[in-house]
Write a protein that binds this ligand. Structure first.
Ligand code: IMP
Ligand code: MG
Length: 173
């Protein structure tokens, strides 16, 4: 069995969409000094591009969550291995995620962050992958809706491979 990958979303399409998201987010947050919380590791490239497309003050922090092993199936369990470090209470928090699949990761994180009593809590994800959704999560800003598939590149990995590719590919078995 040999896996190959098909180009799904080009770097140009990503860049254009990130700009559009930044316009939307600017309208909602320009006077709110929001706290952007990126989810490691997959979200680091998207967060870096999105944050630099926002031309108003923001702060950045990260959490590290794990829901997958080396394979491509979710284990159903979410662990937090690095929490936020900046205070969240009374802040306008925007969670920046690479991809929502089953929704378990974000569902867990939303509950966790809500316990810190932010002023508001919203989600921006680059890819909303709907096929395996198990928990409904409210996503406020979506880059690209995708029905299914396992995607790599632009932060997304498969067993730590392909994370730094500038474009997004679908793995085809
Ligand atoms: P879930 O929404 O709890 O299933 O998990 C979402 C997390 O699983 C994402 O933050 C990614 O880290 C990872 N993930 C889900 N789908 C993919 C994919 O297609 N490629 C790479 N990672 C994925
Ligand atoms: Mg992720």
């Amino acid at each position: 069995m040999s896996a190959h990958k098909n180009l799904l979303i080009s770097r140009d399409a990503i860049a254009a969409r990130v700009k559009e998201l930044a316009v939307q987010i600017s309208r909602d947050y320009a006077d709110k000094n929001p706290l952007l919380i990126g989810i490691l590791k997959g979200g680091f490239i998207f967060l870096a591009d999105l944050a630099r497309a926002l031309d108003f003050p923001v702060q950045v922090d990260f959490v590290r969550l794990r829901s997958y092993g080396a394979g491509t199936k979710t284990s159903g369990e979410v662990h937090i291995s690095k929490d936020v470090e900046l205070p969240v209470k009374d802040r306008h928090v925007l969670v920046v995620e690479d991809i929502v699949d089953a929704g378990l990761t974000l569902d867990f994180l939303l509950g966790h962050l809500a316990s810190y009593q932010p002023a508001s809590l919203k989600i921006c994800c680059l890819i909303d992958k709907k096929e395996r959704r198990q928990v409904e999560v409210p996503i406020d800003y979506v880059g690209f809706p995708v029905e299914k598939g396992f995607l790599v590149g632009y932060g997304l990995d498969s067993g730590e491979k392909f994370r730094t590719l500038p474009d997004i590919y679908e793995i085809v078995e």
